[in-house]
Structures are given as structure tokens and as C-alpha cells.
Design a protein around this ligand. Sequence first.
Ligand code: 4NP
Length: 155
Amino acid sequence: MSASVLFVCLGNICRSPLAEAALRAEAERAGLSVTVDSAGTGDWHVGSPPDRRAQAVALRHGIDISCYRGRQVTAGDFRRFDHVFALDSENLRNLRRIRPSDGTAELRLLMDLVPGREGSGVTDPYFGDDAGFDVTWDDVTRAAQAIVERLLEQE
Ligand code: 4NP
């Protein structure tokens, strides 16, 4: 049975869609079957496509994410997914509040999987310039590679 992974940030239009795209790409490269999705703790961008700067950085890496749509994380996600990764510590705090008592998902800070980056968040690029999205892409790609390694060990 393939593992399922949910990435959660604040708006679900910048960081978590890029994490979703990066994991899809890294898993495909490794021949690993995995169910991947993303969501936001906030509801401002429900139904919206990713930020155009997020779409652009993904496309520069050969991935079209224009079909992704924002959604808000739910308590049920903690029963549906094996792993829920928070993009930063504020997201993690909010997810701990949303998590139901019968939630089975592992909940972790995403960058805890990247050696040397434990405890750190993926910086929110929304209010910054285009270059911030390249930093986001690098961070989520390193994390996606770590997730794939971990899932391959568990297979
Ligand atoms: P994200 O970035 O959490 O990486 O999707 C943000 C997107 C939108 C907002 C904040 C962060 N916002 O305030 O609308």
C-alpha cells in the first residue's frame, strides 16, 4: 500500500503546493508510489490556483501546477493521511490544535527531515520578491528527497 503525505502551510498557494509538486517529482524519479496533497490552515485562498510566482518557479523546473487549487486543512485529514508536514512552526502549532484525538497521521515540521535544518521553517515567500520562491523550491526539494529516502526505507 502506498504512503500518503499532506503538506500544510498558511495559504496553500505558495509553499505547500511547491512541496506537493517537488514530492510528486522526486517520487516519480525514484519509482515510488505515493499519494500527495497540500492544504492551508487559512481559508483565504480556497479554490484559487497557486500564486503566479509559485507556478513560475515550478514551471522553471518542468512542472505545471496551474491545475492545483487551494483548500483548507480539516480534522479528517489526520485520519486520511499517513504523514502531515507543517511548513513552519506556526503552521505546526495550528495543526496541533486542529488534530482530532483519533487522528492517526504523523505530524511533523517538514524541515526536521533535512539534516542541519531541524527546527527551522520554510520561509513564507508571499510578501517577498521572486527570488524568495527559488529559496522555497530548494527547501521543499531537499525535504522531498528526504521524504522519498525515508519512504523507500520503510517499503
Ligand atoms: P503560503 O503563503 O502560506 O506559503 O501559501 C501565503 C499565501 C497567502 C497569504 C499568506 C501566506 N495571505 O496572507 O494571503
